[in-house]
Design a protein around this ligand. Structure first.
Ligand code: URA
Length: 245
């Protein structure tokens, strides 16, 4: 996002006022004097006259253990349960039925039948940075598939496989357990293409019976109950996802 827009979103002032501040040399991005038209991800340390720019409104960061059978959208035309319905219920359970539910939105998406770790926030800059392809944030999934993978399948998935006409980036694959004709497999990818994990397994003729996201960067789902939420703080998120404070 353009730096002037980012600063305006943080409540510094109009984009024009932000441009004037940038022109005056008062704005530093990670210690370097900013330039007009500069792009930022929102993970940088930005200062104006030496003072760190903070968001004007409280920023919320939550992880949700998304259950199967809900959509990762804010509204659903077909009336299906959304992750925001699940979030609101969990928030009131945890913090009290009289509490105002924070206006957060999901970061990225999980399919209707995928469960596990989903982040929700009202920090658009943070969400954009997390989803930006250049960040290559690792997303780890556990899938129950059948039939079993052989060595050629594993090599193909690891080195990159063509889905929707383009090769995937290298992935990590670990077979965790054979469960009869099925197999529990851990797969870590650094992209966020549409239904990527399911399509990768389809490309080696495997069916996905269950799919759960268990980690994003170093943020682990851990033992958070299905349908429950956990509040995170900004420093914790930034460190876990980008390796920086
Ligand atoms: N890959 C998929 O196929 N589905 C998801 O929900 C997430 C990643």
């Amino acid at each position: 996002m353009r730096l002037n827009k980012y600063l305006a979103n943080c409540g510094v002032g109009s984009r024009r006022k932000c441009d004037e501040l940038i022109k005056s040399g008062a704005v530093l991005v990670d210690g370097c004097v900013a330039s007009l038209g500069q792009e930022v991800l929102g993970t940088e340390c930005i200062t104006i006259n030496g003072k760190v720019v903070e968001h004007a409104e409280k920023m919320w960061y939550f992880m949700l253990n998304k259950p199967k059978g809900c959509v990762t959208t804010v509204h659903d035309d077909r009336g299906r349960t959304t992750v925001l319905d699940i979030f609101a219920k969990a928030y009131k359970n945890r913090f009290g039925a009289d509490k105002q539910v924070p206006r957060v939105v999901p970061v990225g998406r999980l399919d209707y039948n995928t469960q596990g770790l989903l982040l929700l926030t009202n920090d658009g800059n943070f969400a954009n940075a997390l989803m930006h392809p250049s960040k290559k944030v690792a997303k780890k999934y556990v899938a129950l598939i059948y039939p079993h993978l052989d060595d050629a399948d594993i090599n193909a998935l690891k080195s990159g496989i063509v889905i929707d006409g383009a090769k995937t980036l290298p992935a990590d694959i670990r077979v965790l357990q054979n469960v009869g004709t099925k197999q529990r497999v851990e797969i870590t990818i650094t992209q966020g293409r549409n239904r990527q994990v399911r399509k990768m397994f389809e490309a080696v003729n495997k069916k996905v019976n269950q799919l759960e996201r268990v980690a994003i960067g170093n943020l682990q789902l851990g033992n958070l109950a299905r349908g429950d939420i956990k509040e995170l703080d900004y420093a914790e998120c930034k460190l876990a996802l980008f390796g920086i404070f």
